[in-house]
Design a protein around this ligand. Structure first.
Ligand code: TMP
Length: 236
C-alpha cells in the first residue's frame, strides 16, 4: 500500500489518501489545542501516545465485536484506517461529573452520576460544537434515527468496555468523546481516536488527572500524564 496526497489536516492529526480507495493513513501530531483552537501548544510525544493507545484499544474492541476503523499500525505516529464519512457528531459519555457538565448543571466535579449519561454535540468549530438532541440531528440531516440508535448502542458498549479496561490499570474513566464514521456500504464504525486528548482519566486512588485537562487548565506535568497512561497500558 502506498501513501498518497494529504486529504485533510485537523488540529491533532493529518489524513492521507492511499492507492486503495477504501483506506487512509492517519498521522498523529504533537500539536495541542483547547477551547476550539483558542489555546494552542505542543505536548511532546503526544502523537505517539495517542496513536498507540487508540490502536491498542480499538484492536481489543474489535476482538470484543465492536467495529472500528483500525486496520494496521505503520509506525509510532502513523496508522492505516478504513476510509469513512465522519458523522458530524461528538458523542460524549459521562460516568462522573466534570468539565462542561459540572459547569452547565452546577454538579461538583467528581460526583459519580447515577447512570452513564450520553450527550451529542454537532461537530462545528465555528459554532463551538453546540450540544444537540436526536430531534436536532434528524431535522438537520446529520444522521438518521436508525444511525443514531446504532451509535447509541455502540457507545454504551464502548463505555462498558473502556471502564472495565481502565479499572484494571487503576484509572477511573470520568468521561470521553468519540466519533463514528460510515463506510461505503453504510456501516457505522468507531472512528477518530481514544486517547488522553479525548478522555478524562483520573487515578482511581489519588484522583490525579492523567489527561489533557492538565494542558487545558495549566496544571503542569502534561507530558508526564500522557507517559503515565502509556506505562499503565503497555508497562515500562
Ligand atoms: P467537556 O466536559 O469539556 O464537555 O468534555 C467532555 C469530554 O469530551 C472530555 O473527556 C474531553 C472530551 N472533549 C474532546 O475530546 N474534544 C473537545 O473538543 C471537547 C470540548 C471535549
Amino acid at each position: 500500500m502506498e501513501k498518497r496526497e494529504q486529504m485533510y489536516e485537523g488540529k491533532a492529526k493529518k489524513v492521507f489518501a492511499t492507492d486503495d480507495p477504501a483506506l487512509c493513513i492517519v498521522s498523529y501530531k504533537d500539536d495541542a489545542t483547547a477551547f476550539n483552537g483558542k489555546k494552542k501548544g505542543t505536548i511532546e510525544g503526544k502523537g505517539v501516545v495517542n496513536n498507540k493507545m487508540s490502536n491498542y484499544l480499538m484492536s481489543e474492541m474489535e476482538k470484543a465485536g465492536i467495529p472500528t476503523h483500525f486496520v494496521k499500525e505503520l509506525s509510532d505516529r502513523e496508522t492505516v484506517v478504513k476510509k469513512v464519512d465522519i458523522v458530524p457528531l461528538e458523542v460524549i459519555i459521562r460516568n462522573t461529573a466534570a468539565g462542561s457538565f459540572s459547569k452547565r448543571f452546577g454538579v461538583a466535579e467528581g460526583t459519580k452520576l447515577l447512570r452513564p449519561t450520553l450527550e451529542f454535540c454537532y461537530k462545528c468549530d465555528e459554532l463551538d460544537d453546540p450540544m444537540c438532541n436526536e430531534y436536532h440531528i434528524v431535522a438537520c440531516g446529520w444522521a438518521t434515527q436508525e444511525e443514531i440508535d446504532e451509535i447509541t448502542k455502540l457507545t454504551f458498549r464502548i463505555n462498558e468496555f473502556l471502564c472495565a479496561f481502565f479499572a484494571k490499570v487503576n484509572v477511573d474513566l470520568i468521561d470521553f468523546k468519540i466519533e463514528f464514521g460510515k463506510t461505503q456500504d453504510g456501516t457505522i464504525i468507531l472512528a477518530d481516536e481514544i486517547s488522553p486528548d479525548t478522555c478524562r482519566f483520573w487515578d482511581a486512588t489519588t484522583h490525579e488527572k492523567l489527561d489533557k485537562d492538565r494542558f487545558r487548565r495549566d496544571l503542569g506535568h502534561v507530558e508526564d500524564a500522557y507517559q503515565e497512561m502509556m506505562r499503565r497500558i503497555f508497562g515500562e
